[in-house]
Structure formats: C-alpha cells, structure tokens
Design a protein around this ligand. Structure first.
Ligand SMILES: NC(=O)C1=CN([C@@H]2O[C@H](COP(=O)(O)OP(=O)(O)OC[C@H]3O[C@@H](n4cnc5c(N)ncnc54)[C@H](OP(=O)(O)O)[C@@H]3O)[C@@H](O)[C@H]2O)C=CC1
Ligand SMILES: O=C(O)C(=O)C(=O)[C@H](O)[C@@H](O)CO
Length: 332
C-alpha cells in the first residue's frame, strides 16, 4: 500500500502523544521518522517505529531528556545525550558540529549515552545540504560475530560520509554486509539476499534473511575488513565520547541504549573555491558513471544519488509501506 507523508506523520505523532511525549517533541520526532521513510529508507523509518516505541515504553528512551555539553576543546566537544530521543539529538549534534566548523574549519562532537539514531545518513545529508562534508558513526549492541567467530561481539556500527556534490554523494553503511533492517526488508518482500549475508546453523554461507536474523551469524561487509573497521570505529567513538563501548553496552545494559556516536563537519568553502569544487566533483562523477557497464541495462550509480528521485516519486504517488507494518503501527 501507499500512504501519504501527512498520514504517516499523523500516525507517528498520535502514537507518541498517547505515550505522554510533549507536543513539540512528538511533532519533531514524527517528522523525522516520516522524512526518513519518504526518502526511501523504509528499514529505519516506518519499519523501525514499533521497535522505537518498545524502547520508549521500556524507559530506555527518555523523551524529555536534553543533551548537555560536558567539555569543549576548540573544535572538539563532548556531549551527553542523557538517553534522549536518538534522531532528534543526533540532528542537534550535527548542527553543533557545523557551528564549530564555521569557527575552526572542522567541528567534532562526540556523544555518549545516545539512543539509536535510525537512518545514520540523515545527519550526513544534513551537513552536505549546507555545503559541509559530513562524517558520522555510531556504535551499537553486539549483533555481529567478529571475523572467524560464531558469537556476536562487535557492532554493526554504520559509517556515513556525505559530500556536497550535486546531487549529494553519500555512503551510509552498516559494517555488516546487510543491516538487520535490510534483512527484514528482504524477508518481508519474500526475497532471498542478492549475495551471501551470513552463515546458517551448519556454518554454510546463506542468502536466507530469516536464518541470519535468528542466529545473528551475519557477515561483516568485506569479510575481515568490515570486522576490523567495526572494531576501530567502536574504539574511537568510545574514546572521544567517554561513553560506552560495544562490550559495555552488551554486557552492562538490558538492551541497546546508551550508545556512543561521533559527528564531524568540515567546512570546505575556505579550502577550495566553489567553481573548482564543482568541476572537480563533476569530473569524478562523470569518470565513474561512464565506465563500460557489465550489464548494459544496469547503470553505474553513485551512493546517495538515488534519494532525490525516490523522494520525488514518494511525494507524487505516496510512500510504500508494508501492510503488516502499517497494521502494527495502527494498533499501537
Ligand atoms: N545502529 C545503527 O544506527 C544502524 C543503522 N543502520 C542504518 O541502516 C541504513 C541501511 O544501511 P545498510 O543496509 O548498511 O545500507 P545498504 O547496504 O543499503 O547501502 C550501503 C551503501 O552502499 C551504497 N550502494 C549500494 N548499492 C550501490 C551501488 N550499486 N552503487 C553504488 N553504491 C551503492 C548505498 O548507497 P545508496 O544509499 O545510494 O543505495 C549505501 O551508501 C542506513 O541508514 C544505516 O545508517 C544500519 C545498521 C545499524
Ligand atoms: O542493523 C540494523 O539495521 C540496526 O539498525 C541496528 O541497530 C543493529 O544492527 C541492531 O540493533 C539490530 O537489532
């Protein structure tokens, strides 16, 4: 089915208000969930809303918590999210990183006690839309075995790098070959995965999303490389924020909350003039997309470039929502 942006936002807001979230916060949070969904990231928009509500009801998300600044070291600041709403506080932290970048050329905000920010790309895009390079990442609860292991000890820790090209080029990727949100999307659509995403219970590579959702033997992206990158992203986020590592989140908390995140904005206007910037970026994009195609029917595309057309289509025709997910949200 397809649902309008207005209907989607209204449903999210109704559910939040019914749980005592104050009007302005409910409105802003519902708007971010609706925007994420309208942009085409269904896995971390509408599909993830019931899980968000479960964490709100459990008290892991504290809706009226306000972030507080703990430390300022020039271009670096350390903040405590106090377990507030993940997407709203993440947006605020990237805004703060941009303010620091205006003064110092670069701004870095490290955040402790944060909650799941949903689509990490929202915050990279937010920076790139304003002309900055945006880089951010988060750690998570242990949901992936390190390379060579069967037991989950590392996070999916998505990394986002957004560049203010026209259109915006942005990598937004989990350290697993598929995020759990992507596994769910494939399972709901009745699809097998396009490439192996993990191991089955006998240790064979599998393309079955449901098996991997259950046994959590998910593959790191790039095999050992994703495993290694996940580890250092966790270490750096933990050190910069003074917050919890994947080990601490997993061993000390009941569930995935109080994670650590990093937001970096780089102001490029003083490094390169606008005309040269645009020419250089265009040359990079043209060089890549003009490569001889493997499949003549499949265009070479750049990460992030799909979002403006998807959003425009969803604005025209309504936003696709899985019937089962929609029924769950209406019942909340
Ligand atoms: N704890 C957390 O906060 C977590 C959050 N997430 C969120 O889940 C969302 C989905 O993540 P994930 O499933 O890993 O993302 P995907 O695997 O769908 O995509 C990863 C990256 O690969 C790019 N890409 C995919 N196909 C191509 C292609 N053919 N050519 C060029 N680039 C390509 C994507 O660009 P494009 O976007 O254009 O497709 C994207 O930048 C993200 O928003 C992420 O932040 C995920 C895990 C944990
Ligand atoms: O993988 C995802 O999708 C995701 O969003 C996550 O946060 C973690 O991998 C995990 O919390 C999923 O249960």
């Amino acid at each position: 089915m397809r649902v309008s942006y207005t209907e989607l936002k209204q449903q999210f807001k109704r559910v939040l208000l019914a749980r005592g979230v104050v009007e302005a916060t409910a409105d802003a949070c519902a708007e971010m969930f609706a925007e994420t969904t309208e942009s085409g990231v269904y896995s971390h928009g509408v599909n993830r809303f019931p899980r968000f509500i479960q964490q709100l009801e459990a008290g892991d998300i504290i809706p009226d918590a306000k972030p507080s600044k703990l430390l300022a070291l020039g271009a670096i600041e350390q903040w405590d999210a106090q377990q507030g709403i993940g997407n709203l506080i993440a947006r605020q932290m990237m805004d703060r990183a941009m303010q620091l970048a205006d003064r110092h050329g670069i701004g870095l905000v490290a955040l402790r006690n944060a909650n799941h920010w949903m689509r990490g790309g929202s915050y990279g895009w937010q920076a790139a839309e304003k002309g900055y390079i945006g880089i951010c990442w988060t750690n998570s609860i242990a949901v992936m075995p390190p390379w060579g292991a069967k037991e989950c000890r590392i996070g999916t820790n998505p990394l986002i790098v957004a560049v203010p090209s026209n259109p915006i080029t942005m990598v937004d990727m989990s350290m697993s070959m598929f995020s759990y949100g992507a596994l769910e999307t494939h399972r709901l659509a009745g699809n097998t995965l396009p490439v192996e995403g993990g191991f089955d219970n006998d240790g064979n590579l599998t393309r079955d999303p449901a098996t991997i959702e259950q046994n959590r033997r998910i593959l790191p992206m790039g095999y050992w490389k994703g495993s290694a990158l996940s580890v250092v992203l966790d270490m750096v986020a933990t050190l910069l924020s003074g917050g919890h590592s994947v080990a601490e989140i997993t061993e000390d908390n009941r569930d995935e909350y109080a994670v650590s995140q990093v937001f970096i904005a780089i102001e490029i206007e003083r490094l390169i003039d606008g005309k040269t910037r645009d020419e250089k970026l265009q040359r990079i994009m043209d060089y890549i997309t003009s490569a001889e195609r493997d499949n003549p029917e499949a265009a070479i595309r750049l990460p992030g470039h799909k979002f403006p057309p998807i959003r425009a289509e969803n604005q025209r025709n309504g936003i696709p929502v899985d019937d089962r997910i929609w029924a769950r949200i209406q019942a909340l």
